[in-house]
Design a protein around this ligand. Structure first.
Ligand code: NAP
Length: 279
């Protein structure tokens, strides 16, 4: 068996062509899709992620507005900043980079983002709407994964899916998205017993744990679809041991070049859609 590579990097590149065309159409009407990014503090990894999102906007003819706040920012100050972006009709999407410094109530700030501008899919309201099958921007990483599965025509309905991780931005929305496509979903986390046995029964495995190679390749069922959301640059791996996966899985996302590129692409696509909806 040779596992099909679910090439997120190539798919994101392909999607960019379409996004660029649609951005040009909107610009002809005098509207430039605009993403406001909010970075609180100077965490280097967060600064890099924000920069990558701003670069993607620039590459595709969109505008980004960088709001940079000091590490001592209070919840109230951040809420004021979000409020002013909510009320700015030239801003179509708002991204509050996670994590914010610990003195800030991050959940309260996420939920202050107007759901129409919640292009990163972080609000409770957006999560609830997505879960109920209503129109909403889903959280970007799981929504990007769903776009990969759709593009490569991976069958989801009736399949046993195991999502390892239950974070608000990844594991939980991932599970709901797979459920909405009629998978039978098991959500695993740090207190799950017999993780190995659960994974051994999975037709679709999503690694969203943040632990290098936690999921071992001999836990993977023959022919399973393997999605690795993790990326650990120092160890040069994701959350799943992908060495030799070619002989086990039917399809898998590489690390890097799988899930990561589709996360940013989904954020940009959502910002475009938010601009299209308003105009
Ligand atoms: P997170 O908030 O730290 O959540 C990790 C989840 O994994 C938690 O639910 C935790 O369980 C679970 N977990 C931890 N150790 C475990 C273990 N030994 N067995 C089973 N479950 C375990 O992380 P996250 O933000 O969801 O990110 C997860 C991974 O995805 C990371 O590698 C991150 O870098 C990656 N990521 C990638 C992108 C991208 O664009 N490619 C975007 C976001 C995240 P508890 O809930 O019980 O603590």
């Amino acid at each position: 068996m040779s596992s099909k590579i679910l090439d997120g990097k190539a798919l994101a590149k392909l999607a960019e062509e379409d996004i660029q065309t649609n951005v040009s159409k909107l610009k002809k009407k005098g509207i430039t899709p605009t993403l406001a990014t909010i970075l609180v503090g100077l965490d280097p990894a967060s600064a890099t992620y924000v920069k990558m999102k701003q670069n993607a906007c620039a590459r595709l003819g969109m505008k980004s507005i960088a709001v940079e706040l000091s590490k001592d920012t209070t919840t109230e100050e951040l809420l004021e900043s979000i409020d002013s972006l909510n009320n700015d009709e030239n801003v179509h999407g708002i991204l509050l980079q996670h994590p914010v410094p610990s003195q800030i109530n991050e959940r309260k700030c996420f939920d202050a983002i107007n759901v129409q501008k919640d292009v990163d899919g972080v609000t409770c309201l957006g999560f609830g709407q997505m879960t109920m099958g209503e129109e909403a921007f889903g959280s970007c990483t799981p929504a990007g994964i769903m776009r990969i599965l759709e593009h490569y025509q991976i069958e989801i309905s009736g399949k046993a899916a195991v999502v390892v991780g239950r974070s608000p931005i990844l594991g939980k929305p991932m599970a709901m998205m797979l459920l909405n496509k009629n998978a039978t979903v098991t959500i695993c986390h740090s207190r799950t017993k017999n993780l190995e046995d659960r994974i051994k029964n999975a037709d679709i495995v999503v690694g969203a744990v943040g632990v290098p190679r936690l999921i071992q390749k001999d836990w993977i069922k023959e022919g399973a679809v393997v999605i690795d959301a993790g990326y650990h640059p120092a160890e040069k791996c994701g959350d799943i041991d992908l060495d030799g996966i070619d002989n086990i899985a039917s399809a898998h996302t590489p690390v890097p070049g799988g899930v990561g590129p589709m996360t940013i692409n989904t954020l940009i696509l959502n910002t475009l859609m938010a601009a299209q909806k308003e105009n």
